[in-house]
Design a protein around this ligand. Structure first.
Ligand code: HEM
Length: 180
């Protein structure tokens, strides 16, 4: 997992819960990196899992809610880091439908070691988008947060329904329906 995902995560934790919480979760997570992340580095996903588990213990907020909040937070970093992507796409549905075939393809060119999810577009028209999330990391709540902020960015309103295709959350079907 890319370092930027860790640096932004710790920044969010500091803003929401304070620097002491950052220190506590780093110590309790027993990290090989010792929490000294650089945005261009690459680190084991289990470090993120440990950080999330310890943050959940500290705050008594469940892990998926924390991941969802992190998706909402991370959107700003994407918007600031890649403004041309948001200029290129004119609607939220077009952007979301373009993640697999365009956006993450570009990400992979910049960071060949990025651990990205796989998306399958099942159905797409102006009012409905059905897209399947697949990833061993089961970060579907992160995807949901990013989709919510994408809709907000384009001033669009849609309901997002999710359907778990397995127990682990490694395959999740999202149905986005525009509100009239
Ligand atoms: C400007 C647009 C975007 C850029 C530049 C971008 C880039 C990235 C990067 C750099 C990572 C981290 C890879 C790693 O840790 O190795 C990532 C992960 C991820 N991205 Fe994107 N992304 C974009 C939009 C989106 C959107 C709109 C979604 C919403 C569905 C999304 C879903 C995800 C998910 C769920 C992950 C976590 C990894 C996983 O689940 O396996 N991305 N993306």
């Amino acid at each position: 997992m890319k370092g930027i995902v860790f640096t932004e995560f710790l920044e969010m934790v500091e803003k929401k819960f304070g620097i002491e919480t950052v220190d506590t979760i780093i110590v309790e997570s027993n990290l090989k990196s010792e929490g000294a992340y650089t945005s261009v580095g690459t680190y084991d996903f289990w470090e993120m899992q440990n950080l999330l588990a310890n943050l959940s213990k500290q705050t008594t907020i469940d892990i998926n809610s924390l991941i969802h909040s992190y998706g909402l937070y991370f959107f700003d970093s994407l918007k600031n880091g890649y403004p041309y992507i948001f200029n290129y796409y004119k609607t939220a549905f077009e952007l979301i439908a373009g993640i697999e075939k365009h956006i993450h393809v570009q990400v992979r060119k910049i960071y060949p070691d990025a651990e990205l999810p796989y998306f399958i577009n099942h159905e797409e028209d102006d009012s409905k988008l059905v897209i399947e999330y697949q990833s061993e990391r089961a970060m579907y709540a992160f995807a949901q947060g990013l989709m919510e902020r994408t809709l907000e960015h384009y001033n669009e309103k849609a309901t997002i329904k999710k359907e778990f295709l397995n127990d682990k959350g490694t395959k999740v079907l999202f149905t986005l329906v525009k509100n009239a």
